[in-house]
Structures are given as C-alpha cells and as structure tokens.
Design a protein around this ligand. Sequence first.
Ligand code: M6R
Length: 613
Amino acid sequence: MCGVIGYVGSKPCARLIFDGLKRLEYRGYDSAGIAVLDHGKIDLVKAEGKLVHLEPRLVELPGGATMGMGHTRWATHGAPTARNAHPHLHGDLVIIHNGIIENYRELKEQLIKSGVEFKSDTDTEVVLHQLHADLDRKGDLKTAIMETVKHLRGAYAIGIIHARDPGKIYVVKQGSPVVLGAGNGENFFGSDALALLPHTNRAVFLMDGEFACLTADSIDVWDFSGKPVRRDPQVLNWSAASADKQGFKHYMLKEIHEQPAVMSSMLSRLVDLKSNSFVDKETGIDALDLGRVKNVAIVACGTAHYAGQIGRYMIEEFVRLPANVELASEFRYRNPCIDSSTLLIAVSQSGETADTLACVKHASERGCQVMSVCNVRFSSIPRASDAVLYMEAGPEVGVASTKAFTAMVLSFYILSLAIGEKMGRMGPQAHARLEKSFDAMRRLPSLVDRAVNAAGVIEEISHKIYESQNMLFIGRGASFPVATEGALKLKEISYIHAEGYAGGELKHGPIALVDRHMPVVSIAPRDSQYEKMISNIEEVCARQGRIIGVGDLEDDRFRSICEHYIPCPQVDDDHLQAILSVIPLQLLAYYAADMRGTDVDQPRNLAKSVTVE
Ligand code: M6R
C-alpha cells in the first residue's frame, strides 16, 4: 500500500525522489521520508502527513547527493507519525519497506533479547535490525540479505542502502510490487512504473523471491539462493503525460472524462467492428482450453467486485454456464468448489491487490484455468494467470476507481460474448444476438461521451444533496451492482454514508430508513426490469423518500415521480447500459465530495493499491 522509489546515478536526487513520491502518493499518504547517501554519510528527512509537509525539509538534504530512496506510507503497524515514517536508519544501514512482516513480533522479541533497542512501532524495523545483525555476521550485504530473507514471513518490497557500500542500492521482492527502471548511466526502482515514467520506459520486473543490486550502470538480479537471474527490460507503453491531471481539478474528474476514449480504444483493440468478430489474441481467450470449462468463478475486491457481479450476469446470459462472483478476501479463506473444470476470472485494475492475487495462486494450485482482467501491464495478477485481458485504460491515479469500472464491464461483455460464441453456447439466436451486441458496441463511445458531458445538471443536483448524512442507491438487474458501485463511490470520497440495494430487496428491511430526508438515487433504465423498478421507486415515493432518478431522457413517467432527474443515454442492451448508468453516479459522488471539501483523489484512510490483506 505504501509507495517506494529509489535512484542511483549522477543527478542530484533529493528533488527527483520527492517528485517520484508525488506520483506514488496515491498509494499511501499518512507520512513520508527520503534518505540520501553522500560522501559516505546517510542523511534523512521525514514528516507526518502528506508530502507537502516533507517538501520544505528537502533543503536539509545534501544538494549533491546522487543516490537515495523515498517512501510514502499507508500505516499498517504503528501510528502515522514521523517516528514511524520510513526510511528507517540504524548505523550505516537504511531501509524502506512496502508490505507486512507477519512474524515481526517473534523476530522483535528475539532482537530485543539480543540487546536491540527499537525506535519505532513498525514491523519494518525488525528487518533493519535483523539485516544489521546478519551483516555483522556475514560481512557483505548481498549474503546478509540472503540470510535475512530466511527469517521473514509476509510480503515485502524493500530498498536498502549501506553507507559503507556506496553507489549500490539493493531491492528485495517477496509478495509486494516493485519495478526496476533501466536508464542511461542511472537506474531506478519504484512501487510501480508510474513513478519511473518521467525518466525511463524500460522496466525490469522482479519476481517474488528475487533481489537486485542497482548501480548507475548495472542491474544485477539473483534469486534468494544467490543464483543469478537474467531479466531483460520490457518497454512500457504508458507515457508520463498520461498520468498528469491535464488541466482537470482532480485526477478523478479527468479519469471520468477519459471514458469515451477508453471505450473506443478498447473496442478497436479487442473486437473487429467491421466483421463483427473478436480479436482472440487480445481478449486472451486463445490461451484458454475452453473445452474444459464447466463453471466460472469471478473474484475481485471493491469496485472490481461490483464489475464482476455484472460480469456474472453476462457469463450466465451468453455462456450459459454456472457463474459465481465473490469477494477475494472471502473466497481465499473458504474451501470453494473449484477444480480443473473451473475458469477463475480475477478482476483488478492494479493487478496487485493482495487478496485477489492470493485467489489466483490458490485456484492455480487447485488446477483451475485462471484468466485475469487487469489494467496495469506486467503486474502480479496477470503474471500469475494463464490468460489476460488487458483493459489498457491508461493510468488510474484517483483512489476512487472510475474508468477502470467501465473498462471492466466492457471487458466482461466482450469476453462473455467471445467465449459464448467460441463454445457454441449462445443457442440458435447466436447470430442475431451478436449482431445486436456489435451494433450496441458501435454506438457505445458516443453515448458514453454524452453521459460524461451531462456533468452540468449533475453538479446542480449535487448542490441539493451534498449535506446529506445518508443516502440510498437502488437498481435491479445490472443496475443493482451499479447502485452498489454508486454508493461506494459516494461514501469513499464524500464520507456520506451510502448503501446500495437491489430494488426488490428494499421492502425486506432497508425501506424502514426512508423518510422525507432520505435521498434515494434510483437507477431505472428502459431495460427488461423497468416496470418492476418503477414499482419499487413508487414504494419509496409513498414513504416520502426524495427520489433522484437516473433514466431515459424521454421517460416522462419516471421523471414525474422524481425530485431530481438525471437523463442518461440508453443503449438498448441491459448489460452495456450499466456503463452508461454508472457515469452520472461517478459525477454525483465527485461533485458532492468536492462541495464538501474532501480530498477527492486521496480520501482519508484509503490507498489506491491494496497490497496487504
Ligand atoms: O486494483 P483493484 O481493482 O484490484 O482494486 C480493488 C479495490 O481496492 C478498488 O476497486 C477500491 O474499492 C476502489 N477504491 C474503489 O473506488
């Protein structure tokens, strides 16, 4: 969850590392620090809170230092204070760490018995002292690292500098993400490629159980037993500009506005709209043995889980196979009925979410075929999968996921149609169904563009609800996961308590919450569930609930029962409609949060990439 970055080269590095941390701040932002090595001496600065508090302290670092590393923290062990902020220094050794050392208590007890005094409450500090002890025993850092990792249980990406071994940064990986960046006469490491993009697009991906030594001119990689590993750099296709705000007030707003372009570019890569066919190599299904598949399990967290719920409806509809969708954090601790006939689909924007990754590993061990739907290339989940559909939606920096959600829904749409067709499971109407779907996909980007550009009316409505304490979101069919996603968006960035329910479920309990103060965002596109949904909305009206409707521009009947109405483009496809219906909810959450003055891109207590369980 934390962000790590390091540099070794010939440029003054304090500012460079700070700027890299800014690009990683979405990963964690409760404290930060930087350490540099100059003329055999380690200097470090740390500050509680966001990076703005660290910036004034950069002047305390030697201006000529050309190697160092920085860390921005999402606290797991120990409060978010300067004392617990990384880097952690002991003697000539300084380290930064992203991850969790699960056995830190027992290691700490042993180290305390041997006379070590701890200066922080972090799990990281045990790594520092263990390494220091192993370095004393073994004499050289590479051997000491190989010794130390034998003691560690958990997940870690660790950067290490030793003042008596200048010009070298060691990077160790087990379970937590880290990327090495190959430059000319300079090398880098970072939690993800975003931090490195302004400097290089050549990345070396360490695998779990490997460590590397970076100098200005070399990158050497070994496995934990010391065996050299050859790993060539991969060229990344994201540009540094794609991770900038480009004039928008927040990343989230920019990312909402990128959705029409994301839909277009996904369609042009994943399907052939002229011949109404699928590009199997890009959808990833050519890597699957579909003949084996008898059931589908979808696993994901947060927004990706809601996209997976819509995905389940699509798999059931187009592939006609039993499909389950589950939170990755639950699935991995059960004894799910999966085997070699199961296709497990793991959905993740970052490709690094710890629980989802664990499900992928677990399912592979049980003989399942694993497909992932991810955004970040070369991330851990795709690397552990048999097949991958890359969304290629570009970097998503706002902690609230927006364009990734719509890209996931479109991915599922394409994937389930492609699998259904390939397996011959779409029935006698297959041709007509595919024609209809391709027609809807052709119209999708311009409809998404219209939905995004209806921001004005949504901003006005946000003025009426942004002071609410509670809100409900309701929908049926694919609009039910859309409702839950709308509620998640609102709560995570505006801190308004919100819940999403299936329209038909309301009268089984939640309707007790409805009174004249309760805004109820009701999603009722003109789909197969429309009539039932209107009845559910009438039930809320009868209890004086304040209906904020999301529906067809021309739907005067629905509009007439709403206090406020958000016209939303319609696509004549129950599943694809979810992409259009969610956009007003993203905008509603965005404007409500902005009016409440919250930190939209970096809401409290959250981090973008959840790499701990
Ligand atoms: O990177 P992932 O898609 O695996 O992330 C999953 C969730 O952590 C993520 O969707 C989270 O719920 C977002 N903050 C929602 O906006």
